[in-house]
Write a protein that binds this ligand. Structure first.
Ligand code: FES
Ligand SMILES: [Fe+2]
Length: 460
C-alpha cells in the first residue's frame, strides 16, 4: 500500500465510461480558460488515516496551536467593514479577532481582548467611533492607539505608547478578509499558490452575498470539509443528481500544499446511470433542482448541456452587466468547479451566482462544526453593490430543509442529505473497530492532500 507509484493512464481512464471532463471541454464553442484545461492527475499515496484525527481531544488541541493559529483563514466579506468604524468579530476556537476600518480607511485586525483586565472588547458586528471596553471604559482609537480611560491617574505605570492594541495580520482577496495570527507566515498571496491566478477571472470581489446559511453540524470540522471536496458520495447520498451530473467523471486536482479542486460537469447524466436518462430527462432534472418551473423542449440534436448554457446566459449577463456571449464556456455557466484553500475555505468558479463554503470548529468542540454556505452574485462594475443577505442560522438540531425559503427547495434538499449524513459519520468514526478510514486514489486525492498538509503544519 505504501509505495509511491504514478496513477497510470489506464487507472485514470478506468473511471471514464464515457467522456472525461476534458473531453467535454473539447465540445466548447468558445476559447476555454487555461485554468480549466489543467488536469493534475496526482497520486499521493494509498495509506489509511487513523480515526484519532477526527475524534481525539489531543489532536484537536494540536490543530488549534499549529493550524488555526498559523494559517490564513477567512473572517468575513469586506462589505462587513466597508466604512470607518464598522467592526466585525471573528471567533475561531478560543481566539477572537476584531476587524475594523480606521479613520484613514485602513483595514485593521486586533486581538479582541482588553489590555486592562481582559474583557472581549466587541461581540458580533456593528458600527462604533472607537473601541471602548464596556467593563471600565478603557478606549482605543480605530487604528489601535490608546485614547483614554476613566481615572487615568490610577495607572501611572501604564505608558500610553505601550498601551496600543496588539494587531493581527489581515489581507484581502476576492472581496474576502483573511486573518493570520502567525507573524512568520508567508504573505496571503504566496499562501494562495495558483488560486488567484485561476480564480481572478470569475471576479469574487465583484459580488455580494445573495444568501448566507450558517449551520452547526454534529461532526468534526474535517469530516465536514471532506464531505464537500469529493463528488463520489453523491451516488449514494444524492441520487436525484444522477440525471444531470457526471459524478463518475469528476476531475480532481491538487496543487502545492494549500489548493485543490473538483470539477463536476452538469447537464450530463452520470456515466454509470446514463442509459436510464435521455437528454430531456437530464435537462428537466436540472431545471427542477434549480427551482425553475419551465421544462423547455430540446431541439433535435441539441444536448441538455447546450440548452442549459443558453438558458443561463441572460441571467449571468444581467447580473454582471457584461456580455458573456461568445466568451463564456458552458462549463463556466453551469458546472460545479469547486476550489479549496487549506484549511477551510472553498470558493466556486464560474460566471453566474456561485457557492462558497467555510467550515470551522464550533468553539472548542471536537464533535461539531459551524458550516457556512454563501451564494455570491455578481453586480455590475461601477455600481453600488446591493446589501448582503442576512445570515440565516440553523442550530445543531435544525435541518437544512428549514432553510428552504432562502436556499430553495432543491438546494436545501441536497444539503439536508449531507446534514443528516455527517453526524452519522462522526458516530461511526467513534464506533470504529478498524480504527482507520480508507481513501480512493483519485476521487479522494483532495482529502489525502488535506491530511498531508495538516501533518506538515502539525509537525512544523
Ligand atoms: S477590562 Fe476592559 S476596561 Fe477593564
Ligand atoms: Fe453532498
Amino acid at each position: 500500500m505504501n509505495e509511491k507509484v504514478n496513477l497510470t493512464r489506464e487507472q485514470i481512464a478506468a473511471r471514464d465510461p464515457s467522456e472525461t471532463f476534458q473531453d467535454l471541454l473539447d465540445l466548447e464553442k468558445v476559447a476555454v480558460p487555461a485554468a480549466l484545461r489543467e488536469s493534475t492527475e496526482t497520486y499521493l499515496g494509498s495509506e489509511d488515516l487513523s480515526v484519532e484525527r477526527y475524534i481525539s481531544r489531543d489532536f484537536f488541541d494540536r490543530e488549534v496551536e499549529k493550524v488555526w493559529r498559523k494559517t490564513w483563514q477567512v473572517a468575513c466579506r469586506e462589505s462587513r467593514v466597508r466604512r470607518t468604524g464598522d467592526y466585525f468579530v471573528y471567533d475561531i476556537v478560543n481566539d477572537s479577532i476584531v476587524l475594523t476600518r480606521s479613520e484613514s480607511g485602513q483595514l485593521k485586525g486586533f486581538y479582541n481582548s482588553c489590555l486592562h483586565r481582559g474583557r472581549a472588547l466587541k461581540r458580533g458586528s456593528g458600527h462604533s467611533d472607537n473601541l471602548r471596553c464596556p467593563y471600565h471604559g478603557w478606549t482605543w482609537k480605530l487604528d489601535g492607539e490608546f485614547d483614554s480611560a476613566p481615572c487615568q491617574w490610577d495607572f501611572p505605570h501604564i505608558k500610553q505608547e505601550d498601551n496600543k492594541l496588539p494587531e493581527v495580520r489581515v489581507a484581502t482577496w476576492g472581496g474576502w478578509i483573511f486573518i493570520n495570527m502567525d507573524d512568520e507566515a508567508p504573505e496571503l498571496e504566496e499562501y494562495m499558490e495558483v488560486l488567484p491566478e485561476h480564480m481572478n477571472q470569475w471576479k469574487h470581489e465583484h459580488r455580494y452575498v445573495s444568501m448566507h446559511v450558517e449551520k452547526v453540524i454534529g461532526a468534526n470540522w474535517k469530516v465536514v470539509v471532506e464531505a464537500f471536496i469529493e463528488s463520489y458520495h453523491a451516488i449514494a447520498t444524492h441520487p436525484q443528481l444522477m440525471a444531470f451530473q457526471a459524478i463518475d467523471n469528476s476531475q480532481y486536482d491538487v496543487w502545492g500544499d494549500h489548493v485543490s479542486r473538483t470539477i463536476t460537469a452538469y447537464g450530463v447524466p452520470n456515466p454509470t446511470h446514463a442509459a436510464k436518462f435521455s437528454e430531456q430527462d437530464s435537462m428537466d432534472a436540472m431545471m427542477k433542482l434549480a427551482g425553475m418551473e419551465e421544462r423547455p423542449e430540446l431541439l433535435p440534436g441539441q444536448t441538455a448541456r447546450e440548452k442549459l448554457a443558453e438558458i443561463s446566459l441572460p441571467g449571468a449577463n444581467e447580473q454582471a452587466g457584461e456580455d458573456f456571449s461568445g466568451r463564456a464556456t458552458m462549463s463556466e455557466l453551469m458546472d460545479s468547479t469547486l476550489y479549496s484553500l487549506f484549511p477551510n475555505f472553498a470558493p466556486w468558479a464560474g460566471h453566474g451566482t456561485v457557492i462558497t463554503y467555510r467550515q470551522r470548529p464550533n468553539g472548542n468542540d471536537v464533535d461539531s462544526t459551524i458550516m457556512d454556505i454563501f451564494l455570491l452574485t455578481r453586480y455590475p462594475a461601477g455600481t453600488e453593490p446591493p446589501d448582503d443577505a442576512p445570515t440565516f442560522s440553523l442550530g445543531i438540531d435544525e435541518p437544512f430543509s428549514s432553510a428552504a425559503e432562502v436556499m430553495g427547495a432543491g438546494l436545501s434538499n441536497v444539503f439536508n442529505q449531507d446534514g443528516v449524513n455527517l453526524p452519522q459519520v462522526q458516530k461511526g468514526l467513534r464506533a470504529s473497530k478498524k480504527g482507520a478510514v480508507s481513501l480512493g486514489n483519485y476521487q479522494e486525492v483532495r482529502i489525502r492532500q488535506f491530511h498531508q498538509t495538516l501533518d506538515k503544519y502539525l509537525n512544523a
